[in-house]
Every structure is written in structure tokens, then in C-alpha cells.
Design a binder for this molecule. Structure first.
Ligand code: KG4
Ligand code: ZN
Length: 392
């Protein structure tokens, strides 16, 4: 089975094409990604209108690259019938540039040998999600390929389940259930439980800022560029390497609450207060504060995750999302498991699959495509607040 996947939930446009014989062995025919992060940098966060426009501009060129790499780009002289172009025009009313690009694509190239399209329908920025969803619909209408709708967070979970055995060959590792997933990104901070892949229960989530947002916002207060997570992490590493003392103390929000909820907005306020008190922040101060931010976040995540594992008796801990690229957080979790829960296996996404990408959407889409759980063009909608725990 060959699957084409599409990801546009935030500021990364992604298109991947995979081939799988059974769902544990995946050959990646192409995995294309175009990041808009640099464009959003001046806003200090993702700017939805800009994200939408960039996805619309990027998807067809990415698709051409993906089809070329997968050796699926075959010229044709057969143009789609006029009534199909008419329905595309209606579908892409608000994405004129995408419509123009797509009609050119359909006029020049034949239907590729693809069995299903997997597209992210949510959660994420709704205007951005709609571009991917409408793009998938257009491909489906013209090429008559069925669609499976994938939850972005399930994509992050699946990113941890596959290991690259040789270049572009991924194998799915067996997972011992139940599992607890700690999903940490710019938009989410969630602990989920799963007894069967595909069915999830929300154990706890952030009440305000997501952990990635806490990194990004505190980084901004320190004058660091967006996205702030990798920058804070880099400075924290220097603070440890240089053995700097730790004069600043930040709160560990909700660390003692007897639940699995998080709150990170207080951290931003505390850093703001600190920067105001200091008047000028030296490079050394920045490193010291960055380390304290990273330590505070790590302690909270480790404490709550441990509680979730103990309460559920989980056998596997999955850690995924952009923030799972943070080595201090992951080694904090690893140490906690080794010392206190040695029977729990840790599954972390490889760095290239930690941040948003289309390959994880293809991985998550496989079982839906194999069961032919297709979604109709009419029913498929982008949903910025889509919840994983409602998937059954
Ligand atoms: O999953 P992702 O690519 O996009 C969302 O769905 O949000 O996550 C992006 C987030 C950003 O907030 C970024 O600052 C954070 O992941 N991030 C990190 C690191 N690398 C990326 N945070 C902390 N440490 C890192 N090394
Ligand atoms: Zn994400």
C-alpha cells in the first residue's frame, strides 16, 4: 500500500510518500518538509495568516519534489474534465494561489500510484489546517484517491514507534501496553493513556501555556530568537559546562498538586519579574536564567509523568512533540525511570521526527488506511481543537 501524507497544522508544510507491505515495515519514498519558522521569527510566534499563505504557496512545489523523488511524476496530455475544475474552483475559493498551482499540476501530470491520502485535520491553527485539508480534498477529487483523517497528536505518538533500520526503511517496534504518552510541543502539554493504539484517554493537560510556549515566551524575554526552546537549551548547556552558580530561583508550577494538570504561565511571569529587577541582563545572567527555566520545566514534567506512570501501571512511556528534542528533559525522564520505574520502557521520537513533519502523519495513517476508515469529502473538516481522547 502506498500512502501520501500531508501536514500543515502549524508552521511546517510537509508531504511524505511511503510504501508499506504490512504496517510494521515502511519504505519512505520521499519525506519533504518546508519550515516557515524564519518568517515567523519577527512576530515571536506563529502568525496564523502568514502560516496559511505560506502553506498555500508551498504545497504544490513540495508535492512535485515528493513525486519526483518517489519516481511517480508521469507527464500526461489528458486534462481533468471542466466540471472537476469547476468543483476545485469552489473548494479553493479562498486559496487562489493553490488553485492555480493545482490546476497546472493536474494538467501536466498523471494520477500517481497512491492508494490513500493521510491528512492532518487537527489540532493546530485552523486556517493552516484548512489549507492541508482542502489540498487533500482536491487531490482526492481529481485523482479519485480516498482520504484518512489523522490527528496531529497521534502522529506525534507514532513518530516514537518507528525506528530507521537502514536509510529510508523504518520498522515498527512492538509496544507493551498500557502506555502513557507525554506530548510536549509549542501547542500542547498532555499526558495520555492508551490501552490499545488508536484509543486514548486524557490524564492531564496544561491549564494555560504549553511547555513549548513557556520556552518560547521566556526566551523572548531574554532577547533570544524564536523558536526559543533550542536557544534556552543551548544557553543552559553552557551554564552547566561553565559550572556557573545558580543565583536565580524560578517556581515549579503545580509540582505538588495531586493531579496530572500543568500550568506554565507563571513561569513566564516570574521570568518577566526577574528581568525587570535586573535592569540589565548580562550574557552570564542569560545562561543562568536559561538553566533555571530548563530545570524548572524538567522537574515539573518528570514529577507529573512519574505520577501518571504509577497511577496507570503503564509499561511504556512515549515522549514526543517538538520539546522532546530537549536532551535535559529526556535524560531527566530516563534517570527517573532507571531509578524508580525500571520496568517501564522509554520511546522517544528520533530528533528528525520530534518536530512537525509529514512522515509521522503517514505512520499514524497506515492502520486507518488498512482498515479502509476513509472520510468523505463532505465530512472532512479541519478542527483546531481536535482532541485525541475523543478518537475511538
Ligand atoms: O511539535 P512542534 O514542532 O510544533 C508544535 O506542534 O507546536 O514543537 C515546536 C516547539 C517550539 O515551542 C520549540 O521552542 C520547541 O518545540 N522546541 C524545544 C526544543 N526544540 C524545539 N524546546 C526545548 N528544547 C528544545 N531543544
Ligand atoms: Zn506538533
Amino acid at each position: 500500500m502506498k500512502i501520501l501524507s500531508i501536514e500543515t497544522s502549524c508552521d511546517e508544510s510537509g508531504i511524505a510518500i511511503i510504501e508499506t507491505t504490512d504496517n510494521s515495515d515502511v519504505h519512505v519514498l520521499s519525506n519533504q518538509l518546508s519550515s516557515q519558522a524564519a518568517l515567523h521569527a519577527e512576530y515571536g510566534g506563529v502568525f496564523p495568516t502568514l502560516a496559511k499563505r505560506e502553506h498555500a504557496r508551498t504545497l504544490v512545489p513540495l508535492m512535485l519534489q515528493a513525486l519526483t523523488e518517489a519516481k511517480m511524476l508521469t507527464p500526461t496530455s489528458q486534462k481533468p474534465p471542466q466540471e472537476i475544475i469547476g468543483s476545485l474552483m469552489k473548494l479553493l475559493e479562498r486559496e487562489q494561489e493553490l488553485f492555480v498551482h493545482l490546476t497546472m499540476l493536474f494538467a501536466q501530470y498523471a494520477r500517481p500510484d497512491i492508494d490513500a491520502i493521510a491528512v492532518t485535520y487537527g489540532p493546530g491553527l485552523e486556517p493552516a489546517l484548512w489549507v492541508g485539508v482542502n489540498f487533500a480534498k482536491a487531490l482526492s477529487i481529481v485523482w479519485n484517491i480516498p482520504i484518512v483523517a489523522v490527528n496531529h497528536m497521534e502522529g506525534h505518538i507514532y513518530a516514537t514507534l518507528y525506528t530507521e533500520k537502514e536509510k529510508n526503511r523504518y520498522v515498527k517496534s512492538p509496544v507493551t501496553l498500557p502506555l502513557v504518552a507525554l506530548l510536549i510541543s509549542g501547542g500542547h502539554t498532555e499526558l495520555l493513556r492508551s490501552d490499545t493504539l488508536g484509543t486514548y484517554t486524557l490524564l492531564g493537560a496544561t491549564r494555560d501555556d504549553a511547555v513549548g510556549e513557556a520556552f518560547d515566551k521566556t526566551a523572548r524575554l531574554l532577547g533570544l530568537p524564536y523558536p526559543g526552546g533550542p536557544e534556552v537549551s543551548r544557553l543552559a548547556v553552557s551554564a552547566r559546562d561553565e559550572n556557573l552558580d545558580q543565583p536565580f530561583v524560578l517556581p515549579r508550577p503545580m509540582i505538588s498538586s495531586q493531579d496530572l494538570a500543568f500550568s506554565f504561565s507563571g513561569l513566564k511571569t516570574a521570568v518577566l519579574r526577574l528581568t525587570q529587577e535586573l535592569h540589565t541582563i548580562s550574557e552570564t545572567n542569560k545562561k543562568q536564567i536559561a538553566r533555571e527555566i530548563e530545570d524548572a520545566i524538567t522537574e515539573v514534567l518528570v514529577t507529573k509523568t512519574k505520577r501518571a506512570l504509577e497511577e496507570t501501571g503503564a509499561r511504556t512511556l512515549i515522549v514526543s512533540g517538538g520539546v522532546s528534542a530537549n536532551t535535559t528533559i529526556v535524560s531527566g525522564l530516563r534517570t527517573m525511570l532507571a531509578q524508580q520505574l525500571p520496568d517501564v520502557t522509554l520511546a522517544v521520537s528520533p530528533k528528525i521526527l520530534a518536530t512537525d513533519n509529514a512522515l509521522m502523519i503517514a505512520f499514524a495513517g497506515i492502520s486507518y488506511a488498512e482498515r479502509k476508515q476513509y472520510v468523505s469529502i463532505e465530512a472532512l473538516r479541519a478542527n483546531g481543537n481536535a482532541s485525541l481522547s475523543s478518537i475511538v
